[in-house]
Design a protein around this ligand. Structure first.
Ligand code: ADP
Length: 656
C-alpha cells in the first residue's frame, strides 16, 4: 500500500488549463528583467566568440609564421593594416590572444551576472506571487491539498525554474553559438574535411535522444520514490510519540527500510543508464576524432584519400583537431538542456495552475468597504454545505439509510441587535463553527444572506469585513516570534502598554511575566512551548487589542481551567457589554447571561430565547444544562442515540 506522491501528478486538474506556460512565464516575468537577459545573452555570444580566437590564431600562426606556408592574414582585417615582419606578426598574434583572454574573462563575468540576476529575480517574483495568490485561495483549497504538495510547488518547482533559467538558458545560448561558430569556421577552412569531422554529429544526436528516452521514465521513478520516502519520514517524525508509546520502532524501521530500498533501486536503475551514456559518447567522439586525424593527417603529408582534392595546411589540421573536440560535448549537453526545459515546463505548468485556481469567494468589482454603525447582524434563511456532492456520497456510503443531506447549515435565520451577545449552543457537529465561518466569509453561503447593519457581506470588501470582526477560535495558532508580536499580530501599531492592557484583560499578563523573557519570550513552533490554555489567552488578548466591532468567540476559553475562565469571563463581560458578540461554548455556565441563545441541532435552529426561556421550554438546551449542572446523571436514551447517529455521520464526512 503506497501513497502516490508523484510530483508530476499533483495539480493534474489545473494543469490541463494552462496553455504554453513557458511563454507566459517570459511574457509576465521576463519583460521585467529584460536588461539582465540582454546582458546575459550578449555576453554569452561575446564570450564564446572570444573563446574561439586563440585556436583560430594558433592555426594561422602555424601556417603563416612557423611553417611559412601561407600569407599572414586575419579575418575581417585588411591585409594592408598587418605588419610584414614575422616577429611583428608573432607579437600581434600573441597580443590578440592575450586581449581575447582578458576580454573573454570580463564577458564571462557579465554573462554570469546577467543570467544569475535574471534567474534569481524571476525565482523571487514567481515565489512571492505564487505565495500571495495561494494564501488568498478559499479554505476548501487548503482542505483538499496537502501542505506537502503546496510546499513542493513553492520550493521545488520554483527552484527548478531557476535552474533552467540560469544554467539551462545560459548553456543553451553558449552551446548554440559555439556549435554554429565552429561549424562556420570548419566549413570555411576546409569544407571537405568539415564533412568528415562533423559526420559523427548525427550519430551523437541519435544516441543522445535514445538516452533521454530511456532515462526520463527512470528519473520519474526516482522522483516518485523519493516522494514516498519523504512522506514516510515526515509522517513518522510527526508521530514519534505514538511510535514510542506503541513500541513500534522496529516495525517503523522496517517500513522505512522498504521505501528506502525502493528509492535505492530506482536510483540505481537511473545511475546504471547514466554511467553508460558518457563512455558511449566518448567512444563515438573518439571514433570521429580518429577518422578526422587519419584522413586529415594523410592529407597534410600530401596523400589525400579518395575524392578529396586541394591542399590541407598543417595549421588548418591543428584547428580541426582542436575544434572538433569542442564540438562534440555541446551536442551531448543539449540533451541535458532539453531535460531541464521539460522539467521547467512541467514546473511552470504547476505554478500557473495554482495561480489560475479560481476563488469561489470573489469580491464584487463594485464592493464598498463595510461601514459598521450599530453592529446589527442578520442571518436570513442561510443554507450552506462544504461540498454538497462529497457530503452526499460520504454519508450515503456509510449508512445508506440516512437521509443524504447536502447542507451542513440549513435555513438558519436569526437577528442580533447591535451590542448584544448571542450564544450558539448545540452538540458537536451541529454546525456552530460553520455558522461563524460564514460570518467571517471564509466560505460563501449557498442560499440566503448574511447582513451586517443591513449590508450583504458579499457587497462589502473582504479586508474591511475581516477588519470589523475579531475571531478567537478553539484552534489557536501562534506564529514563531515573541509573545508581544503574537498579541500585536494584525494590529501591528499598538504600543507596549496597550499590549499589556489587552493581556491583562485576557488573564494572560501573569503567566507572560513568568516566562523567561516576559513579553519578549519567543513562542510558536521553534519557541517556548505554551499550554493550550495559555495559547488561548494570547489569542484572546490579540482579539481584545484589535478592538473589533463584532467579536466572535468560538470555544475561546475551552482549554482554560475553570478558575481562570471565571476571571476571563469578568473581563469579557466588560469587553462585550456594548459590542455585538457571538459566543460558542460547551460550558453553558459561561453563556447563560447572553441576550439570546440559539440552539442548533443538525445544522438547524431548534430553539431560541434567553436562558430562562429555554429552561422553561424543557427542550435540548434544558437537557444539556441539566447534565452540566449535575442535576441529572445521564442524558435521556433517545438523546444519546441521536448523538451516536450524528457522530457516525460526521466521521463518514471526515473520512472522505
Ligand atoms: P460544531 O462547531 O457545531 O461542532 P462544525 O460547524 O465544526 O460543528 O461542523 C459541522 C459539520 O461540518 C460537521 O459534520 C463537520 O464534519 C463538517 N465540517 C466542518 N468543517 C468542514 C470542512 N472544512 N470540510 C467539510 N466538512 C466540514
Amino acid at each position: 500500500m503506497s501513497v502516490d506522491l508523484d510530483e508530476e501528478e499533483v495539480f493534474e486538474d489545473v494543469r490541463d488549463r494552462v496553455d504554453d506556460p513557458m511563454r507566459r512565464l517570459f511574457a509576465k516575468y521576463g519583460r521585467e528583467n529584460a536588461f539582465e537577459f540582454v546582458v546575459g545573452l550578449i555576453s554569452s555570444i561575446a564570450a564564446r566568440v572570444l573563446d574561439l580566437i586563440p585556436p583560430l590564431l594558433l592555426s594561422i600562426a602555424v601556417d603563416a609564421i612557423f611553417l611559412d606556408n601561407t600569407e599572414y592574414s586575419l579575418w575581417l582585417v585588411p591585409d594592408a593594416w598587418l605588419p610584414t615582419s614575422t616577429t611583428a606578426q608573432l607579437w600581434l598574434t600573441v597580443a590578440i590572444i592575450a586581449g581575447a583572454f582578458l576580454l573573454g574573462a570580463a564577458f564571462h563575468w557579465t554573462r554570469n551576472w546577467g543570467w544569475n540576476s535574471f534567474a534569481q529575480s524571476i525565482q523571487h517574483d514567481v515565489r512571492t506571487d505564487t505565495y500571495d495568490k495561494m494564501q488568498r485561495l478559499n479554505m476548501e483549497f487548503f482542505a483538499d491539498k496537502q501542505t506537502g504538495e503546496l510546499m513542493s510547488i513553492l520550493s521545488n518547482d520554483v527552484n527548478r525554474l531557476e535552474r533552467f533559467l540560469n544554467d539551462g538558458m545560459n548553456s543553451f545560448f553558449r552551446l548554440s553559438i559555439m556549435v554554429v561558430a565552429i561549424a562556420v569556421i570548419l566549413v570555411n577552412t576546409n569544407w571537405q574535411l568539415a564533412l568528415v569531422a562533423l559526420g559523427v554529429v548525427p550519430l551523437i544526436a541519435v544516441f543522445t535522444k535514445k538516452f533521454i528516452d530511456v532515462i526520463q521514465p527512470k528519473y520519474a521513478d526516482v522522483r516518485s520514490s523519493v516522494g514516498q520516502l519523504n512522506s514516510r519520514l515526515e509522517n513518522n517524525l510527526g508521530g514519534i510519540q505514538v511510535i514510542k508509546a506503541a513500541n513500534t520502532e522496529g516495525f517503523e524501521s522496517d517500513r522505512v527500510d522498504d521505501v528506502s530500498e525502493d528509492y535505492f533501486d530506482a536510483n540505481w536503475d537511473a545511475i546504471d543508464t547514466r554511467i553508460k551514456f558518457f563512455p558511449g559518447l566518448r567512444l563515438l567522439s573518439g571514433i570521429g576524432f580518429v577518422i578526422t586525424f587519419v584522413i586529415g593527417g594523410l592529407w597534410v603529408v600530401g596523400e589525400p584519400l579518395g575524392p578529396l582534392s586541394g591542399e590541407l595546411q598543417a595549421g588548418e589540421f591543428v584547428l580541426f583537431i582542436l575544434l572538433t573536440q569542442r564540438f562534440i560535448w555541446p551536442m551531448a549537453q543539449f540533451g541535458q538542456i532539453i531535460n531541464m526545459y521539460q522539467r521547467a515546463h512541467a514546473s511552470s505548468e504547476r505554478i500557473f495552475g495554482l495561480m489560475d485556481t479560481p476563488s469561489r469567494i470573489r469580491e464584487e468589482p463594485d464592493a464598498d468597504p463595510l461601514v459598521v454603525d450599530e453592529g446589527e447582524v442578520g442571518f436570513d434563511d442561510v443554507s450552506f454545505g462544504y461540498d454538497a456532492g462529497k457530503a452526499q456520497s460520504a454519508s450515503g456510503a456509510s449508512s445508506g439509510d440516512d437521509d443524504p443531506r447536502d447542507y451542513i447549515v440549513e435555513d438558519v435565520t436569526f437577528d442580533v441587535d447591535g451590542g448584544d451577545t448571542v450564544a450558539l449552543v448545540g452538540p458537536t457537529g451541529a454546525g456552530k463553527s460553520t455558522v461563524m465561518k460564514l460570518l467571517l466569509r471564509m466560505y460563501d453561503v449557498d442560499e440566503g444572506a448574511i447582513r451586517i447593519d443591513g449590508t450583504d457581506l458579499r457587497d462589502a470588501t473582504i479586508p474591511s469585513l475581516r477588519q470589523t470582526l475579531g475571531y478567537v477560535s478553539q484552534e489557536t495558532f501562534l506564529f514563531y516570534g515573541t509573545v508581544q508580536e503574537n498579541i500585536e499580530y494584525g494590529t501591528f501599531d499598538a504600543d507596549h502598554e496597550e499590549v499589556v492592557e489587552a493581556a491583562k484583560m485576557a488573564e494572560a499578563h501573569q503567566f507572560i511575566q513568568n516566562l523567561p523573557e516576559g513579553y519578549d519570550t519567543k513562542v510558536g513552533e521553534r519557541g517556548v512551548k505554551l499550554s493550550g490554555g495559555q495559547r488561548q489567552r494570547i489569542a484572546l488578548a490579540r482579539a481584545i487589542l484589535k478592538d473589533p466591532d463584532i467579536l466572535v468567540l468560538d470555544e475561546a476559553t475551552s482549554d482554560v481551567d475553570t478558575e481562570t475562565e471565571m476571571l476571563i469571563q469578568r473581563s469579557l463581560d466588560k469587553l462585550t457589554a456594548d459590542r455585538t458578540t457571538f459566543a460558542i461554548a460547551h460550558r453553558l455556565s459561561t453563556i447563560k447571561d447572553a441576550d439570546k441563545i440559539v440552539v442548533l441541532e443538525d445544522g438547524q435552529i431548534v430553539e431560541r430565547g434567553s436562558h430562562d426561556d429555554l429552561l422553561a421550554e424543557d427542550g435540548l438546551y434544558a437537557k444539556l444544562w441539566a447534565v452540566q449542572a449535575g442535576e441529572v446523571d445521564e442524558l435521556p436514551e433517545e438523546f444519546v442515540e441521536r448523538a451516536a447517529r450524528r457522530r457516525a455521520q460526521t466521521e463518514a464526512t471526515d473520512d472522505d
